[in-house]
Design a protein around this ligand. Structure first.
Ligand code: PLP
Length: 403
């Protein structure tokens, strides 16, 4: 099928939930993808931070194919080797104690929310509203935690809070990087504070160190659980395995997804010593969670982190990309860590710039009114140079405007 045929069919037969570009992709290698007509695109998106090892990494393909041919699914009533090995490797990389396998970021966050509420429920008694009244979860304005009812409620952005009422009770929103607002929002009913240390969808905004210290202090003093949503920033994206490592904190629950399976749907809720036994048989589950094929893909991703060299490469390439971006005409500021970067383009229309890049052969993302860069972690300096040259051309032609 050519691009037009694919587009016509998908538009006809899939629900119109995505504002898509007129591009279809059929194959890829590393940070390069091709459309049906053979046109090449440089990929600065990795499918919104998913294809950690790029398109069709040979070791990942081999692991997934081998497992698919051996045993594709068993149900969680039985043990499987890929699940055992992948979980062990993830615990070694994060220092967490154990994990629950989910299928997506939103599902991982649902598991984290359930764990936080049950922790309070068991420790502080049932109370009128559960958890001895400690059932509320504080999240941050500008955050993004997913699309299920619980996780859109957790998401601190008004535009997601339309149409689907009534929402889940018990979420409060503090202003990002505003300690006074945090102190006002946390109450004696708070059981958890859930944050992205680098907000992705919110514009690639890092939390301030002083703000994080205040979160840490509140959590320690009041036995509030700290949930790190590392769905976008985790799995090496920022140059550390998880972005909270930059802040020297130790969360009680960590959620991962996106890059974890290298392109297969997987999510993880990781538990610390304090939370590892909270969810027990019957409390939580998933039909597909932790299936052998996705775990084989996850293991291939994690094997890349076996020594520190991959993280160092990510940090070096991130610094290189950041420096080049910061020096580019039309870029007013760069935010983010490692290969998770955001650019302020000084009032230019970010969506129009992304479209202009697409027309020139570069896949790029927006986040709020900014450009967002999530290249595969295996992106090369040549890919970065070529992609940024395309961006420079698109920016040079973008009217400055007043977005
Ligand atoms: C920080 C964060 N949390 C949760 C999610 C939801 O993940 P999923 O789309 O896999 O449900 C996302 C998705 O963009 C995210 O960026």
């Amino acid at each position: 099928m050519n691009t037009q045929d694919i587009k016509t069919k998908e538009d006809a037969y899939t629900a119109p939930t995505y504002a898509r570009y007129d591009v279809a992709l059929v194959r890829g290698k590393g940070a390069r993808a091709r459309d049906p007509e053979g046109r090449e695109y440089i990929d600065f998106t990795s499918g919104i931070g998913v294809n950690a090892l790029g398109f069709c990494d040979p070791a990942w393909v081999e692991a997934v194919q081998r497992q698919a041919a051996a045993l594709q699914h068993t149900s969680n009533l039985y043990y499987t080797e890929p699940c055992a090995r992948a979980a062990e490797k993830l615990m070694a990389l994060t220092g967490m104690e154990n994990m629950f396998f989910a299928n997506s970021g939103a599902e991982a966050n649902e598991g984290a929310i359930k764990c936080a509420r049950k922790y309070s429920f068991e420790k502080y008694g049932q109370g009128e509203e559960g958890g001895g009244g400690r059932y509320r979860i504080v999240t941050l304005e500008g955050s993004f935690h997913g699309r299920t009812i619980a996780t859109i409620t957790a998401t601190g952005q008004e535009n997601y809070h339309r149409y689907f009422t009534p929402f889940l009770q018990g979420f409060d929103y503090a202003q990002t990087n505003n300690t006074a607002s945090l102190l006002e929002t946390v109450t004696d009913q708070t059981c958890a504070i859930m944050v992205e240390f680098v907000q992705g969808e919110g514009g690639v905004i890092e939390l301030d160190r002083a703000f994080v210290s205040e979160i840490e202090r509140l959590c320690a003093e009041r036995d509030i659980l700290l949930i790190a949503d590392e769905v976008q920033a985790g799995v090496g994206r920022t140059g550390r395995f998880c972005s909270y490592e930059y802040y020297g904190v130790k969360p009680d629950i960590v959620t991962l997804a996106k890059g974890l399976g290298g392109g297969l749907p997987i999510g993880g809720v990781l538990f610390s010593e304090k939370t590892k036994d909270v969810l027990r048989a019957g409390d939580h589950g998933s039909t597909f969670g932790g299936g052998p094929v996705v775990c084989a893909g996850m293991e291939a991703v994690l094997d890349r982190f076996a020594d520190g060299s991959f993280l160092k490469e990510i940090t070096d390439k991130g610094a290189y990309m950041r420096e080049k971006l910061a020096a580019m005409d039309g870029v007013a500021g760069v935010s983010g860590l490692g290969l998770m970067l955001g650019a302020d383009i000084g009032g230019r229309d970010a969506s129009a710039v992304v479209k202009a890049c697409l027309a020139r052969g570069l896949l790029l993302l927006t986040a709020k009114k900014r450009l967002r860069f999530l290249p595969p972690l295996v992106v090369t300096k040549e890919d970065i140079d070529e992609g940024l040259a395309i961006l420079a051309g698109a920016l040079a032609e973008a009217p400055e405007g007043n977005q």
